[in-house]
Unconditional design. Structure first.
Ligand SMILES: NC(=O)c1ccc[n+]([C@@H]2O[C@H](COP(=O)([O-])OP(=O)(O)OC[C@H]3O[C@@H](n4cnc5c(N)ncnc54)[C@H](O)[C@@H]3O)[C@@H](O)[C@H]2O)c1
Length: 443
């Protein structure tokens, strides 16, 4: 079986790498520099194990990259659309890229024999499939293709595992023959899983329901961590333990942090609200607002403890395990800190670049300890393993001040405090100050 994957980003590259363990895959991107780099063995995004898998498939002659969509579609049985569907300036889904690819696919299919399955993995708004189908039909009078909605549910940082061991695979099509082919295709590379089959509209809404539910959980835990902060000696860690053993709730996405980010949650929440078109949905309408309020609260907390000066931020990416900085909370928080007039020193183990507006305002360091020199405080925003294994004695020696803001609730407060550092986090209302160490131990 030959497979064509269009869009060599986080989803498309993972899809290509995973399917090429078994099938011949042609990976297509419109950007020549991306294709040239991939052909040379370079991978322009970071995802654990991805580079090795791509190298392996190239070596085995199972994976190729090109900018020429025509050749790839003509020679493929299945075409996966994995291009970006970002927000436009109003927060609605911008389908420019997905429709441009669909138009091209339609034109190419009008010259092709045999049946092609066109699978959309890109996240679409409700009924987005109708626009994709219409544009393909408008460019191809032949009845030689079938559409499947197959929204991708992988998470960056664990994308390969998520793809190969999915909780479920969503298939939106009513063509039984194609359902069987898709099941066979996934079954041959993925571990045993559940196939959830339905109409394309239900597949689209299921994907959006999943992402907005996860965003809601993050928002809920973060709001709760701020409520816990109002009550002395309360501890969100203990509270969550008491809550998460409830099987109805469970523990995934139940950890406070600096808010959700990345290319999916903020976009999907806002995109869905626009698509709901007049349906009053106060929870969804306020979800991104809650996320922003939380990030403002974090900045206010920093400002109330260190009113000015030099501060260090650890973590730029929106989570660990990825180089993706799209809608990263770290960027929002740094923008607010810049407005307060701080001088910011930044470290991230996967640093690539800053957004243009922060380039002249943030000093970037290669070593996490060097980033502390002259600084009043360190603010932890991304949960990288490298920060878990930190040497607090070295932190104390490098910092000019003595303040630790742990906005991932990653470190053990008493250990930090015992090094003579003052510790602040989310939802742990204890006096974790070095001068109070004896008092804390008595609690
Ligand atoms: N990133 C994630 O974690 C994730 C998870 C699930 C679903 N999704 C969804 O999957 C889709 C892709 O997301 P992504 O993060 O991989 O995007 P991305 O921005 O990382 O990659 C998209 C790629 O498509 C290419 N492209 C755009 N137009 C093209 C065209 N006409 N022909 C060929 N290539 C073209 C771009 O150059 C880019 O390399 C989006 O709809 C997103 O919402 C993303």
């Amino acid at each position: 079986m030959n497979i064509c994957v269009v869009g060599m980003g986080y989803v498309g590259l993972v899809t290509s790498a995973c399917f090429s363990t078994k099938y011949n895959v042609m990976g297509i991107d419109i950007k020549k520099e991306i294709v040239d780099n991939l052909r040379k063995g370079g991978v322009h995004i970071y995802e654990p194990k991805l580079k090795e898998m791509i190298e392996n498939s190239i070596q085995k002659g199972k994976l190729w990259f090109d900018t020429n969509l025509e050749n790839a579609v003509l020679n493929s049985d299945i075409v996966f659309i994995c291009v970006n569907t970002p927000s436009d300036s109003l927060g609605q889904y911008d389908l420019t890229y997905v429709l441009a690819v669909s138009e091209q696919i339609g034109k190419i299919l009008s010259n092709k024999r045999g049946t092609t399955i066109v699978v959309c993995k890109s996240t679409l708004p409700p009924n987005g499939h109708k626009e994709v189908i219409n544009i393909i039909k408008n460019n191809n009078p032949l009845d030689n293709w079938v559409y499947v909605s197959n929204p991708e549910t992988l998470s960056e940082g664990t994308a390969i595992k998520d793809f190969m061991e999915p909780d479920r695979i969503i298939l939106g099509t009513e063509n039984q023959e194609v359902i069987d082919i898709m099941k066979k295709l996934y079954h041959s590379i993925c571990s045993q899983t559940v196939y959830c089959v339905g109409k394309p509209i239900d597949a689209e809404l299921a994907k959006l329901f999943s992402n907005t539910t996860l965003a809601l959980r993050v928002g809920m835990v973060n709001e709760f961590s701020r409520i816990a902060d109002k009550f002395s000696e309360s501890d969100i860690g203990h509270i969550l333990e008491m809550v998460c053993f409830d099987k109805r709730i469970g523990s995934s996405f139940m950890k406070p942090g600096p808010g959700y980010g990345g290319s999916c949650f903020p976009k999907d929440v806002e995109g869905l609200v626009h698509s709901a078109n007049g349906v009053f949905s106060p929870i969804l309408e306020n979800l991104n607002y809650s996320n922003q309020v939380h990030q403002l609260a974090i900045t206010d907390k920093i400002h109330s403890i260190i009113p000015k000066g030099v501060i260090t931020v650890w973590g730029l990416t929106f989570k660990a395990g990825t180089d993706d900085i799209r809608d990263s909370p770290s960027i929002t928080i740094m923008r607010q800190l810049v407005q307060f007039g701080y001088t910011i020193q930044l470290h991230d183990p996967m640093f690539k670049q800053l957004p243009d507006d922060l380039k002249s305002k943030v000093q970037v360091y290669k070593s996490k300890y060097d980033s502390l020199i002259d600084s009043q405080a360190v603010i932890l925003l991304t949960d990288w393993q490298e920060y878990k294994d930190v040497d607090f004695q070295a932190v104390k020696e490098s910092l000019k001040g003595n303040v630790i803001f742990d906005f991932r609730n990653m470190w053990y407060p008493l250990f930090v405090t015992s090094q003579g550092l003052n510790y602040y986090s989310l939802g742990k209302n204890y006096p974790f100050l070095a001068e109070n160490l004896n008092r804390i131990e008595q609690i």
